[in-house]
Design a protein around this ligand. Structure first.
Ligand SMILES: [Zn+2]
Length: 403
């Protein structure tokens, strides 16, 4: 039996999502239909002035099914985004996966009745509606088990522009975050004096008024043995390089550089050890200088090598410090972006200037024994902003964010 339509009410288009059925708003119609007596009638072209959009909220990657109550129409679906109109392909059963956006996306649906010899209605009906895809944040952590000197890396995806990420933890005063599009990147450095034990680690998502927990777990920090090193330094060298002026200069010139970092990732893959050399002083070592125990903890690693050995940039980045200081001698610091820094001390020569962009393994200087030093070696430090971490465990990282 041929369908007929008793008035100008066009067939309905409905979207189904789970148990929900939503009727999109009918925006325009122009079609010809047949009455029971066989007479053809054209509906008046109608265009609605007021736009009322039905908004359907769906979960990420869930599909919506489009159905029509007629028998021979075809359906076309377009999404209107800020970047333009996107044709949406319907699968065989008439379903599609809505686009992800920070806001509800407007969809235009067309029900098309093609020309036919069967006396069936011919024409087009345009519908309008919005679909909002609710995307939940995804939290990725590099490792739950850390040693003193370790670095926890956190990536949180699907954060909307008006949302904030808060960390509830006691390891660092403040978790410094970087946001690129919808992703938040942060690192939590574990300095040598973080005690072993269990540390609750909670991440919350705030929207200005409320916050909700999106991650709740416990970090396990294990102890590392730190040795004490006896250092005998020529008293004239010690007096000339380790004095009030040396520390004042170091704190004034060198320390502020790591407060801010490039807001994009500049490093590429794993970090490399800047020279081949014998490890003479490990990270976190305490020191007794000329018989006296100091409060100092060695903030990097010392690698002994002959004067003139080329020093490679551990990874790509921007040179943010290049100067000879009383305490640290010829000193270079590279900002690798998103809070990561490496620095190189006691060099004989420096090949780079502040502002230079370097590529991983570029030669930035030569090994020497300038500043407070007992012989030719490279002192290499890795830090997340002001917190120095263990370079040797850091060098095992592949440079990728957890995912
Ligand atoms: Zn050192």
């Amino acid at each position: 039996m041929r369908p007929y339509y008793p008035d100008y009410t066009a067939p309905n288009l409905v979207l189904t999502y789970g148990d929900l059925t939503v009727e999109p708003y009918r925006l325009k119609e122009q079609w010809t239909y047949r009455l029971v007596n066989g007479q053809y009638v054209s509906s008046e072209a109608r265009e609605q002035a007021t736009a009322y959009f039905e908004t359907l909220t769906v979960s990420e990657k869930h599909s919506v099914k489009v159905m029509e109550s007629g028998t021979h129409g075809t359906i076309e679906v377009r999404a209107v985004t800020s970047d333009g109109v996107v044709e949406i392909e319907l699968s065989e059963d008439g379903s599609f996966v809505p686009l992800v956006s920070d806001e509800a996306v407007d969809y235009q649906l067309m029900l098309i009745y093609p020309e036919n010899d069967l006396g069936l209605p011919v024409g087009e009906i345009a519908y309008d509606m919005s679909i909002y895809v609710h995307v939940s944040p995804k939290v990725h952590l590099s490792d739950m088990n850390l040693t003193q000197g370790g670095l926890l890396r956190v990536q949180i995806e699907n954060i909307k522009p008006d949302q904030t990420v808060e960390f509830d933890q006691t390891i660092v005063d403040e978790v410094i975050q970087y946001r690129i599009d919808r992703t938040v990147y942060a690192m939590i450095p574990f300095i040598y004096w973080v005690e072993d034990g269990q540390y609750p680690f909670i991440i919350k998502l705030g929207d200005g008024e409320q916050s909700s927990v999106i991650y709740d777990s416990v970090l396990h920090v294990t102890d590392r043995a730190f040795s004490v090193q006896n250092l005998t330094v020529d008293i004239t060298v010690a007096a000339a390089t380790r004095n009030d002026d040396a520390y004042t200069e170091y704190h004034a010139e060198f320390m502020p550089v790591r407060q801010t970092s490039h807001d994009k990732q500049l490093w590429d893959g794993p970090f490399i050890q800047p020279i081949e050399g014998r490890l003479t002083t490990d990270y976190g070592t305490r020191r007794r200088v000329n018989g006296e125990l100091t409060s100092y903890r060695h903030n990097g690693i010392d690698l002994a090598a002959p004067t003139g050995t080329p020093v490679k940039a551990s990874n790509s980045g921007k040179v943010v410090f290049s100067k000879k200081l009383i305490l640290t001698g010829n000193t270079v610091m590279i900002d690798h972006g998103l809070g990561l820094f490496t620095y190189y001390l006691h060099m004989d020569k420096r090949n780079v200037a502040v502002g230079d962009f370097v590529t991983k393994a570029d030669i930035i200087g030569e090994v020497g024994s300038t500043g407070f030093s007992t012989g030719p070696h490279l002192h290499f430090t890795v830090s997340y902003h002001l917190t120095n971490i263990n370079p040797l465990t850091f060098l095992e990282w592949d440079g990728e964010w957890p995912n």
